[in-house]
Design a protein around this ligand. Sequence first.
Ligand SMILES: *[C@@H]1O[C@H](CO)[C@@H](O)[C@H](O)[C@H]1NC(C)=O
Ligand SMILES: *[C@@H]1O[C@H](CO)[C@@H](O)[C@H](O)[C@H]1NC(C)=O
Ligand SMILES: *[C@@H]1O[C@H](CO)[C@@H](O)[C@H](O)[C@H]1NC(C)=O
Ligand SMILES: *[C@@H]1O[C@H](CO)[C@@H](O)[C@H](O)[C@H]1NC(C)=O
Ligand SMILES: *[C@@H]1O[C@H](CO)[C@@H](O)[C@H](O)[C@H]1NC(C)=O
Ligand SMILES: *[C@@H]1O[C@H](CO)[C@@H](O)[C@H](O)[C@H]1NC(C)=O
Ligand SMILES: *[C@@H]1O[C@H](CO)[C@@H](O)[C@H](O)[C@H]1NC(C)=O
Ligand SMILES: *[C@@H]1O[C@H](CO)[C@@H](O)[C@H](O)[C@H]1NC(C)=O
Ligand SMILES: *[C@@H]1O[C@H](CO)[C@@H](O)[C@H](O)[C@H]1NC(C)=O
Ligand SMILES: *[C@@H]1O[C@H](CO)[C@@H](O)[C@H](O)[C@H]1NC(C)=O
Ligand SMILES: *[C@@H]1O[C@H](CO)[C@@H](O)[C@H](O)[C@H]1NC(C)=O
Length: 466
Amino acid sequence: MLVQPYSLMAHAFLLFLLFPYIISTNIHACKPTERSSLLSFASTLSSPPLNWTSLDCCHWKGITCDQDGSVTHLLLPSKGLKGGIPPSSLRNLTHLTHLNLSHNSLYGSLETQFFLSLNRLEILDLSYNRLSGELPLSLPSSNIRIFDLSSNRFYGAIPSSFFQQASNLTSFNVSNNIFTGYVPSSICLHSSPSLRLLDFSSNLFSGNLAPGLGKCSKLQVFRASHNNLSGLLPEDIYNATKLEEISLPLNSLHGAISDRIANLTNLAILDLYFNHFGGELPPNLGKLSKLKFVTLDLNNLEGALPPSLMNCTNLVELHLRSNNLEGDISILDFSKLSQLTKLDLRNNNFTGTVPVSLYSCKSLKAIALGRNHLEGQIEAEILSLKSLSFLSLGYNRFTNLTGAMKILMSCKSLHALKLTGAFEGGECHLMMTWLILTDSKIFSSSVWVIVASLVKYLYGYQSSRI
Ligand SMILES: *[C@@H]1O[C@H](CO)[C@@H](O)[C@H](O)[C@H]1NC(C)=O
Ligand SMILES: *[C@@H]1O[C@H](CO)[C@@H](O)[C@H](O)[C@H]1NC(C)=O
Ligand SMILES: *[C@@H]1O[C@H](CO)[C@@H](O)[C@H](O)[C@H]1NC(C)=O
Ligand SMILES: *[C@@H]1O[C@H](CO)[C@@H](O)[C@H](O)[C@H]1NC(C)=O
Ligand SMILES: *[C@@H]1O[C@H](CO)[C@@H](O)[C@H](O)[C@H]1NC(C)=O
Ligand SMILES: *[C@@H]1O[C@H](CO)[C@@H](O)[C@H](O)[C@H]1NC(C)=O
Ligand SMILES: *[C@@H]1O[C@H](CO)[C@@H](O)[C@H](O)[C@H]1NC(C)=O
Ligand SMILES: *[C@@H]1O[C@H](CO)[C@@H](O)[C@H](O)[C@H]1NC(C)=O
Ligand SMILES: *[C@@H]1O[C@H](CO)[C@@H](O)[C@H](O)[C@H]1NC(C)=O
Ligand SMILES: *[C@@H]1O[C@H](CO)[C@@H](O)[C@H](O)[C@H]1NC(C)=O
Ligand SMILES: *[C@@H]1O[C@H](CO)[C@@H](O)[C@H](O)[C@H]1NC(C)=O
């Protein structure tokens, strides 16, 4: 009588041991080593329960296995995971191809061991955590395609050997960390011919951009904004003809933008604000028919606007504030820029009258012409801009304030109007401008306008974009 339950138990125990293998014949149950790896990974994390309790880990939340019951996907983004990634916990997951732990609260450094056995990894996304430490000497696997460590606290230089075996890398994002040293812009010279996306923004990278980007024949997005980069744009960047976006604002780059930029026929975004770029705008910039966003504020650009720019029919925003640009803008024909929503020419040396063709850009929401040497009158045609909500004309030499006010009072969409010093006579008209606005019943937001003008008058041009 005593034997029976005992043998029953033994039987059950045997069943328990064999269970994974029994069910693996029809549904792919996970291997015990993989199960224990996952449990050891989860054990150090304090987080809402993952419900990883059943025997077959292949059915656990976030887990996918292959035919043989090996874990291939570990996808736990935004699961409130908190804690360090134990160094060896994932070591037995030798078939892992996809690892996504983004948007959690993981901390600590990635030990070399973390990568050691993950030599099939194709996609690694650890973005939006609090991970820190230096990068290991090389990428985890030669199969890696997407590598995203952005928005963490990694530091140190990117080792020169890092990309050695990364021949299938398409996307590399380390933005928003504390990396130092050089941007590895020569990455395509030795490896990674498939790169499409490179993001080094918001780190402490410094020094020159080394040549090599020209060999990135598939590169679409290149971002390294908000670093400490200096020197010239590497000449061969103009050879990367698939580029759709170049974003390098908030650095100390200088030199001219070469006319060879006209070779980048796919370019839609050119963002170089707050650098020391000088010289004239490339005369053939307007050959880039896909251009949508051009942001070149706060540089030392000089000369006139290239007339070709008026051929960029897809242009949505043109920001050229605070340069040394000059020339008569009345000769420019804006009539083809039907997508243009924002035009910012503030704080330059432009002359001439506001071209009437500008009033045919029906999408315009904001026009900023303040602090130039513009003259002439504001024409009634401005009323055809039905979406215009921001107009800055301050500090110019316009004439006929009374006429302008009569017209602008019919401009129903206008929310902010900056007229301080816009008209001949300058400061004398300041009070008058305000009075007219205050009395106007048509400006529903007239109080707003006055406050906005006052703030700008007192504190200068703090508002970043328009
Ligand atoms: C990995 O597997 C080995 C046996 O192959 C085992 O000794 C070790 O404990 C496992 N590691 C983890 C973290 O599960
Ligand atoms: C965990 O799973 C059990 C059943 O397997 C279910 O009742 C419970 O709601 C689950 N908990 C969470 C947090 O998903
Ligand atoms: C990781 O998961 C997040 C959330 O689902 C997703 O937005 C992101 O695209 C994933 N990363 C990769 C590389 O697929
Ligand atoms: C790169 O990807 C291709 C196709 O996706 C694959 O056949 C090849 O094995 C990969 N190369 C490496 C080094 O992983
Ligand atoms: C890189 O990651 C950040 C988030 O950390 C994201 O905002 C950015 O868009 C990504 N870069 C690219 C080029 O996708
Ligand atoms: C920025 O780079 C310059 C040299 O190019 C260096 O002297 C300076 O220390 C760097 N600043 C920071 C904050 O890294
Ligand atoms: C750009 O490409 C052209 C043609 O392929 C080549 O002759 C030239 O040397 C390259 N320029 C640079 C700076 O690499
Ligand atoms: C690039 O542009 C320059 C001048 O704008 C031109 O001479 C050259 O042929 C173009 N192509 C390449 C690959 O450089
Ligand atoms: C604008 O495009 C037209 C038609 O393609 C062309 O004839 C003209 O020369 C271009 N204008 C400028 C200034 O490049
Ligand atoms: C405008 O030009 C004058 C000289 O003609 C120069 O002193 C001034 O700095 C320029 N202003 C701007 C904003 O470029
Ligand atoms: C001022 O503008 C108004 C409205 O456009 C116009 O009727 C008037 O003739 C202008 N006055 C002068 C002196 O040009």
